[in-house]
Design a protein around this ligand. Structure first.
Ligand SMILES: C[S@@+](CC[C@H](N)C(=O)[O-])C[C@H]1O[C@@H](n2cnc3c(N)ncnc32)[C@H](O)[C@@H]1O
Length: 300
């Protein structure tokens, strides 16, 4: 696999998770295993990581990276929303969610996540899923396209871009990242093209979120994941855009109000300047953490 993924805010996340020997952690977004290896290293000699990842490529990478930890790692190819179905309540000391994509997913042109290279409009994180970004672009109604771009991408040109997509697909299906990028470039008047972010950024983000049902998955795990935590166990979430960060903030607040969790980050923790310089991907990262306070498992 090409580019290596650099895990974000490792020290901060490890600090909150209080990694120690004899503890069990869930890495719900295992990726290439960067955070997981840090947890395992710090939880030596007998700490355990249950790793969950739904992308076959990432999983292969993680298996390779984590081989040295032997029996201390258990890996499952699953959507993290299913964690409460196959794990016991109050069985873990910490849960880590590091949302978004691994660098090697973004860089791999055939996965279609990036508008930078030419590739099929795919964007499925789990290759076993059926619906691709091309399916959405070529099949959604005008209204649904506009809704998707506006709500998942916070794209203020959603209407114009949606109209341009519908117009262009009349001529033939839109199948590649560059074909879509060109349509977006033409739909947004040139004087409004930002120098800071590529005009295609928000549309690509919106489609990726919708293809992978990312917000619904996050909503579900925030609503049920805490059940797996022992009393004093912690959930850390690293998010990369404002929609997700808002969801985490609100879910933690609700759990705190219920008396289930205590928020440990009144404000989100962000990467140090040094990290932002070294790893530009970390720039938009926000970490929030909450600790389970009540021990009795309620129905959910
Ligand atoms: C930012 S990467 C994690 C990188 C990892 N922390 C590391 O250090 O290598 C996020 C990963 O979460 C995975 N992912 C996203 N949503 C998921 C879900 N609902 N279930 C399982 N894995 C998911 C993605 O496929 C991706 O590999």
């Amino acid at each position: 696999m090409g580019l290596q993924h650099i895990p974000v805010m490792v020290e901060e996340a490890m600090g909150f998770l209080k990694c120690g020997s004899g503890c069990t952690y869930v890495d719900a977004t295992l990726g290439g295993g960067g955070h997981a290896s840090e947890i395992l290293r710090r939880a030596a000699p007998d700490g355990v990581v249950i790793g969950v990842e739904w992308d076959g490529d990432a999983l292969a990478e993680a298996e390779n990276t984590l081989l040295v930890f032997g029996e201390r790692v258990k890996i499952f190819r699953k959507n993290f929303i299913h964690l409460p179905d196959f794990m016991k309540a109050e069985s873990v000391d910490g849960i880590l969610l590091d949302l978004g994509l691994s660098s090697f997913q973004v860089e791999e042109k055939r996965r279609g996540f990036s508008f930078k290279g030419e590739g099929p409009l795919d964007m499925r994180m789990d290759q076993r899923m059926h619906q691709t970004a091309a399916d959405l672009v070529n099949r959604l109604s005008l209204g649904e396209l506009e809704y998707t771009l506006f709500h998942y991408g916070e794209e203020s040109w959603a209407k114009k871009i949606a109209k341009a997509i519908v117009y262009e697909r009349e001529k033939g299906p839109i199948e590649t990242t560059q074909a879509l990028r060109k349509i977006i470039y033409q739909a947004i008047p040139r004087r409004f093209h930002s120098r800071r972010i590529d005009p295609a950024t928000k549309t690509f983000q919106a489609l990726r979120i919708r293809v992978n049902d990312e917000l619904e998955n996050l909503r579900k795990i925030l609503g049920t994941g805490w059940v797996l935590l022992k009393k004093g166990g912690r959930m850390c979430v690293i998010s990369f855009h404002s929609i997700e960060d808002r969801m985490v903030k609100e879910a933690f607040r609700k759990l705190e109000k219920d008396g289930t969790m205590r928020i440990l980050t009144k404000k989100p923790v962000t990467p140090s300047e040094e990290e932002r310089d070294k790893n530009p991907r970390s720039r938009s990262a926000k970490l929030r953490c909450a600790e389970r306070v009540s021990a009795n498992t309620e129905e959910f």
